[in-house]
Design a protein around this ligand. Structure first.
Ligand SMILES: NC(=O)c1ccc[n+]([C@@H]2O[C@H](COP(=O)([O-])OP(=O)(O)OC[C@H]3O[C@@H](n4cnc5c(N)ncnc54)[C@H](OP(=O)(O)O)[C@@H]3O)[C@@H](O)[C@H]2O)c1
Length: 216
């Protein structure tokens, strides 16, 4: 599949690298066509890797990943353009972290909105699926970094989009029985706010390789 990865940070790089390793063609997008991280990644990732602007990557991909700073993601998708997004699946892994008052950051958009919903509202034809934002980026693409059983969440309004994304998650190593469907895109509020707890747990666990396992 041709996949556009919007974002040049550690998450964009981890996901883009995994996708190329799985045999996909990947274009990484940035604000500038010659972003240094993206150029370095392309140089290392081989012939199936390329980079360009957010619009280039969005136009290239049959499916897109949003791996940009959550509070900038709406602007990023606007820069990508509604035409490039079309009715594509947009896998949103972003979190809204506001460091303007220092650390720990303020997390999420409150209990009545989320980045996932913002993106879906602005681009009603695109099929936004929120997932992977509840784990560290190395765990996203290699769940075996956390021992034992643990769970990944998906949510979004389009059932077939969630099925496509679940299949992609399985190819990353997430067992189907540990991919939990939280319902429509409004559940993005919950998984985005969870990151406040993730940050506390990071201090307790003293590692980023941990995750939730639902026991009931
Ligand atoms: N780090 C993790 O393990 C982890 C885990 C779960 C979720 N997340 C979430 O994943 C996302 C990516 O995280 P990250 O650490 O890889 O990178 P990041 O530093 O949060 O974001 C980098 C990307 O955001 C873009 N960006 C930043 N400010 C922008 C602005 N004002 N306008 C347009 N674009 C802007 C950058 O564009 P340029 O390419 O042009 O610089 C870059 O592509 C974030 O939402 C983060 O919260 C991270």
């Amino acid at each position: 599949m041709r996949i556009g990865v919007l974002g040049t940070g550690m998450v964009g790089q981890a996901i883009a690298t995994k996708l190329v390793a799985l045999g996909h063609e990947v274009r990484m997008g940035s604000r500038s066509a010659d972003n240094e991280n993206a150029a370095k990644w392309t140089g290392e990732a081989g012939p199936d890797a390329s980079h360009g602007t957010f619009a280039d990557a969005a136009g290239f991909g049959e499916l897109l990943f949003n791996c940009t700073a959550g509070l900038a993601s709406l602007d990023v998708l606007r820069a990508a353009g509604a035409e490039s997004l079309g009715a594509k699946v947009v896998v949103d892994v972003s979190n809204a972290l506001d460091f303007s008052d220092g650390r720990p950051p303020r997390v999420g958009l409150g209990n009545a909105d989320s980045i996932g919903e913002q993106l879906q509202r602005e681009f009603p034809d695109a099929r936004v699926v929120k997932t992977l934002n509840t784990v560290n980026c190395e765990v996203m693409v290699d769940p075996s970094k956390v021992p034992g059983a643990h769970d990944m969440f998906v949510c979004g309004n389009d059932e077939s989009a969630k099925a496509d994304v679940s299949a992609l998650l399985e190819s990353f190593g997430w067992p189907a029985s540990h991919i939990l469907d939280l319902g429509d895109i409004t559940s993005a509020r919950a998984v985005e706010m969870y990151v406040a707890l993730w940050l506390c747990l990071r201090g307790v666990a003293e590692t980023s390789y941990f995750n939730i396992h639902l026991v009931h």
